[in-house]
Design a protein around this ligand. Sequence first.
Ligand code: UDP
Ligand code: MG
Length: 137
Amino acid sequence: MKQRTLSIIKPDAVAAGKAGKIIADIENEFHIVAMRKLQLTRAQAAAFYAVHAGKPFYDGLVEFMCSGPIIVMCLEADDVIARYRKLMGATNPEKAEEGTLRKKYAESMSRNAVHGSDAPETAAVEVAFFFPGCDLL
Ligand code: UDP
Ligand code: MG
């Protein structure tokens, strides 16, 4: 069944000029429904990652995510939520499988190049966070 998910190319990968390669890897497997480049405010980053509020890495994560431009994409394919998580690889790039985006492009556990929604409920909320319905083809 066709699904949609939210993908983010994080500030580390955009600043390092890796966005083109990451988009090419994504486009190889999935349909890109919509795409924007923007910089989050601190408040927007805090809201986007509110599920992690209170965890030891939360403040650093918010700081990092608003530190520079990001590229957000809505992806569509059969079972795209799980399949895009697989393409991203483990949160810690040292544990990510060969060929995954995090293995290829991430610097560290915190500066790990990409984000992907983890379930249908979060995907719906996260896509709506960045794309008003009228922007989705
Ligand atoms: N993160 C971190 N330290 C940790 C766990 C997570 O810096 O110990 C950051 C990392 O950038 C990660 C994000 O917080 O991508 C969200 O964490 P989550 O557990 O949701 O990982 P993901 O779903 O991105 O693989
Ligand atoms: Mg997550």
